[in-house]
Design a protein around this ligand. Structure first.
Ligand code: MOS
Length: 753
């Protein structure tokens, strides 16, 4: 008798294909008569192209075409409708305007990738250059507009009789004010963005990495001027995304347009350096947090202001207090306010924990400063300010076990052994310290559509057009399908990553799991009803003429009236290859509740007394993420989130040259990401507390198969929210040095050591 795989350590269904190299990523697909594209990018940030000289490139060996701005042969069009606000707002190569340093301005197509690249190097360009707007501090600021949730990015809640947040702060016993800075950071997916386009008449098949397959295909159809149903996107295997593959970029349709014009399949693979300007970044950011509290650490006033960037082509409008400062702690007086400055720099994009990771760095560092100022233990300070209702809306949470996260984490980590005094632990050259911080991430509701097919061989296919960019999404679909149907995991085939499948949840905002699983459950329930219906209506069935109410489905078998039959055998008996049901939901939120995941991070660092070299030596993270679907993939997600936190805190920044608008360290030699040597063993605990208000009834197994919604919340981002602050707080505890400007590199420590 099979038992449910839910909550176990399940290997990825595609793991073997990935580690053996058998899984084909977008750049791996082949096509007959394939041609190869290479982009030429701008070397100024703002101005107009006065001349592009392509004679030498066109004469180079193997070259088929050189497309140079302004280009009319490609027949590309603006994107309109709901997508328009999310994509780069110009048609690539259409005009001679340069909007940022590193913009695509020409494309060479040749017989081989090397020939295309070599010819691209022969293209010369002259510009009429204007000074770029590059300074966050100096350019005018404007309000950030609505948050991702559609709420205002500026809001103020004041207790009765309080005139302003400044007055509330002034009336507080203890006030902490801290300003934080971070440069541009990047997604740095392992797989460079690549696209292969193959036309067949007026239909085109695209192989590319995408987080939202249906939106990607729709955007491509609009850019190419073809009907949406004529674009098929294959995005089965995706080598990382983290926000950079949420939407298509300006260059994305170029090879498809060239393939149409040339009558040959064309592939474009970006170089690693091009990835830094053509696929987005986490916006640079300045934040000011002010906390006012009583002497015993109870918050009276919280203010969080920010200034971020608005690139002209496409912007992720950073509102870092949203779902962090406006959701985490109880306070009678709260003000959050976000502003942006228009800059001539490459487009920005959401990046893992897009508001929450940067926002929590500021808030949770300031909370550590408040702990120091009041002499209260950082865990105790957070427990004293724990919110039992959402501080702005006053609504309860669907499920919240944050206090348990603190307690479990503190115990596992050995928090009580710490000294609150900085520089208290020295071992040879190394100063040791510990720090902690809170994580919070919203459980966004998203639409999702899932199809379940029961086949006559006794297996089931669960289909939904989600993208698994390394998250384990395909395995989540299989595990939840096996649970909903009550059959073994190896009899369930997940089918994902194709825009022609039922439209899946966007793999965005840690929401694919909690959007998908309830629809797997609903589709399974409906296909079981359909199985009963055919069992009583088909004259090949032994139950022909009976009532469906006489039948009971359990663990892949139909029982009733003294008989039992597997669904495979029944389908064979009635001569049906399979039966299907599809469930879909618009993903509306329950307005009576707010939905978040929570976490607590505990970290130990050592800092070299002479060089400032900082190493994370221990890390414990405890996450409250609802029911865990696959303990193995879930742990990987949380570990990955903490590794992002290590990069955020200690390594990652791309310097913007203010005079040229060039992103100066756009290579993996100069833009540092954590490698194995930077990452200790990370201790991950998941509380495994189901959230039925978010997903629907949990059921209790057995005949409830097809009704168990599991209560899982997505967990892609909760590991990264707060982890950078925990590291910075540990650096303070080790050294007595508070660095509010990430990454915390040794130059910022060494002069104070
Ligand atoms: Mo993500 S930053 O929600 O793709």
């Amino acid at each position: 008798m099979p038992s449910s795989p839910v909550g176990r350590e399940t290997d990825r269904v595609d793991g073997r294909l990935k580690v053996t190299g058998a899984a084909e990523y977008s750049g791996d697909y082949r096509a007959t008569d394939l041609a190869h594209a290479h982009l030429v990018t701008s070397t100024i940030a703002r101005g107009t192209i006065t001349r592009i000289e392509t004679t030498a490139a066109r004469a180079a060996p193997g070259v088929l075409r050189v497309y140079a701005a302004p280009e009319s042969r490609l027949n590309l069009y603006p994107i309109t409708g709901p997508l328009a606000g999310f994509v780069e707002n110009y048609v690539p190569l259409k005009d001679t305007e340069v909007r940022f340093h590193g913009q695509a301005i020409a494309m060479v197509v040749a017989e081989t990738p090397e020939q295309a690249r070599d010819a691209a190097a022969l293209v010369t360009v002259t510009y009429d250059t204007r000074p770029p707007r590059t300074s966050l501090a100096d350019e005018p600021h404007e309000p950030a507009g609505p948050t991702l949730s559609g709420t205002p990015s500026s809001l103020e809640v004041l207790a009765p009789g309080v005139e302003s947040i400044d007055a509330a702060l002034a009336a507080s016993d203890v006030v902490v004010k801290a300003e934080f800075h971070q440069h541009i950071q990047h997604h740095v997916a392992m797989e460079p963005h690549a696209i292969l386009a193959v036309w067949n008449g007026d239909r085109v098949t695209i192989h590319a990495g995408a987080q939202v397959p249906a939106a990607f295909a729709l955007g491509m159809s609009q850019r190419l001027g073809v009907l949406p149903q004529n674009v098929q996107l294959n995005t089965k295997y995706v080598g990382g995304a983290f926000g950079a593959r949420v939407i298509l970029w300006s260059d994305t349709p170029l090879p498809a347009a060239a393939a149409r014009e040339l009558g040959r399949p064309v592939r474009l693979v970006l170089t690693r350096e091009q990835m830094f300007t053509l696929t987005g970044h986490r916006p640079q950011l300045t934040q000011t947090v002010r906390l006012g509290a009583s002497r015993d650490g109870v918050l009276n006033a919280v203010s969080h202001q920010s200034v971020s960037e608005r690139p002209t082509t496409v912007t992720f409008p950073m509102t870092p207090a949203h779902n962090t400062t406006d959701a985490l702690y109880r306070t009678p007086n709260l003000r959050v306010h976000a502003e942006l400055a228009v800059l001539d720099i490459p487009g920005s994009r959401a990046m893992r924990g897009p508001n929450e990771a940067p926002g929590s760095f500021a808030l949770e560092t300031a909370m550590d400063e408040l702990a120091v100022a009041t002499g209260i233990d950082p865990v105790e300070l957070r427990l004293r300010n724990n919110a039992t209702v959402h501080p702005v809306s006053g609504l309860p949470w669907s499920s919240k076990h944050l206090e348990e996260c603190y307690r479990v984490g503190a115990r596992r980590f050995g928090w009580s052994a710490r000294s609150a005094t900085p520089r208290a632990r020295i071992d040879g050259q190394w100063l040791y310290g510990t720090g902690m911080a809170t994580g919070i991430y919203p459980a966004h509701r998203r639409p999702a559509s899932v199809r379940v097919r029961l086949l006559d061989d006794g297996t089931a296919v669960v289909s939904t057009g989600i993208s698994d960019f390394g998250t384990g999404g395909a395995t989540m679909v299989a595990v939840s399908g096996a649970d909903a149907l009550g059959i073994p995991l190896d009899r369930v085939t997940p089918e994902i990553g194709d825009s022609l499948l039922p439209q899946g949840a966007p793999a965005v905002g840690s929401s694919a799991t909690h959007a998908t699983v309830p629809q797997v459950v609903n589709a399974a329930r409906d296909v079981i009803d359909e199985l009963k219906r055919v069992a009583v209506t088909d004259d090949g069935s032994p139950w022909h003429g009976a009532s469906a109410d006489d039948l009971r489905y359990e663990r892949g078998i139909l029982h009733g009236l003294g008989r039992s039959m597997t669904f495979g055998r029944l389908l064979r008996a009635i001569g049906s290859p399979g039966i299907t049901a599809t469930a879909e939901s618009p993903g509306a939120a329950d307005p009576e509740y707010v939905h978040h995941s929570f976490g607590a991070h505990f970290c130990e660092v050592r800092v070299n007394r002479f060089t400032g070299e900082t190493r994370v030596t221990r890390f414990t993270t405890v996450a409250d993420v609802g029911r865990v679907i696959n303990a193995k993939a879930a742990r990987s997600q949380l570990v990955g989130g903490v590794i992002f936190g290590i990069g955020h805190a200690l390594l990652e920044e791309n310097h913007l040259e203010l005079d040229t608008g060039r992103l100066a360290n756009s290579t993996l030699a100069d833009y540092l990401v954590p490698v194995n040597a930077d990452v200790p063993d990370i201790d991950v605990v998941m509380l495994d507390r189901p959230d039925p208000i978010l997903t629907g009834p949990l059921g209790d197994g057995g005949e409830d198969v097809g009704t168990r919604s599991l209560g899982a919340r997505g967990l892609g981002e909760i590991g990264t929210v707060g982890s950078a602050a925990a590291i910075g707080n540990a650096v303070y505890n080790a050294t007595g040095i508070r660095v509010r400007d990430v990454p915390i590199t040794l130059d910022k420590l060494i002069e104070h050591l």
